[in-house]
Design a binder for this molecule. Sequence first.
Ligand code: F6P
Length: 191
Amino acid sequence: QQTLYFSRHGESEYNVIGRIGGDAALSPRGRMYAQSLAKHIHALNLPSLQVWTSTLQRTKATSELINAPQQHLHELDEIWSGECESLSYEELQDRFPKELALRDREKLKYRYPQGESYVDVMQRLVPILMQLECETNVLTVSHQAVLRCILGYFLETLPEEIPYVHVPLHTIIKITLQGYNYNMETIKMPI
Ligand code: F6P
């Protein structure tokens, strides 16, 4: 039976202060999540487990305690917010109010200045999705927007709803192929 696991990185220093993008380190709580994630995954004893992460330090640090082959893939990097990288949503509202209004109106297609849209992320994920469909026991550690797109693909979410899919921190998401459909389970780690 095909089973795939997903997780956002542990809480980062940018999550704590509400900044988007960037390449921040994990917060102390984020490091605690890395420990409980590794413990939980090891206890499952998954045959031929593989770990795929983005190239950013917060996903690598989240999975580094897991005893399995690890690949760090650019396709799994968080949505690139271009000129808005590393700003908080309040700073965005002050400095780019029109952009934020455009984004609120059409979040799926909205492209950050010099950056990406959700549609761009969905396109760069196609090769990864094709590979994941042929794998089992892969743990993908990535980011909020990217995981919305990946889960949206497997769970056949309407495209317009993908930018709003709930993907909480410190939660392991397990999807299992049953017939031709994927079922999802979530496991919230007590941190
Ligand atoms: O806030 C964390 C984060 O991963 C940012 O890096 C990213 O820009 C954002 O979430 C994506 O979520 P949304 O599209 O809802 O802003």
